[in-house]
Design a protein around this ligand. Structure first.
Ligand SMILES: [Zn+2]
Length: 104
């Protein structure tokens, strides 16, 4: 098992990274394992809604660091909400996020 965020290796049976608190994956295919979705969502209410919809859909995701330094480094100065999701759930996640954006 491996953490998709910090890439730490864990033995079989461990399901959550003790450092990042994100679900572990069986293996990482490096670039292929998840995709970064940058949304047009930035207000906290919409972010909360999007997060709970992703959870309800059973899509594992983690939020890309939104601290000011990370935002500057990534050029994401508007504070748009960005999440990483598994590649096989990308279409589903995009649809959910699009719905949230449209409902603003
Ligand atoms: Zn980790």
């Amino acid at each position: 098992m491996v953490c998709p965020q910090c890439r730490a290796q864990y033995r079989e049976g461990v399901v959550v990274c003790s450092d990042c608190h994100v679900p572990l994956m069986d293996r990482l295919d490096e670039d292929d394992v998840d995709v970064l979705l940058q949304t047009g969502i930035y207000n906290p209410i919409a972010i909360g809604l999007a997060a709970s919809l992703l959870q309800e859909a059973g899509i594992p995701f983690f939020v890309v660091d939104q601290n000011p330094t990370a935002q500057q480094e990534s050029g994401n100065v508007f504070g748009w909400w960005s999440v990483r999701v598994p590649k096989e759930r990308e279409a589903e996640a995009r649809e959910i996020l699009q719905n949230v954006e449209d409902s603003k």
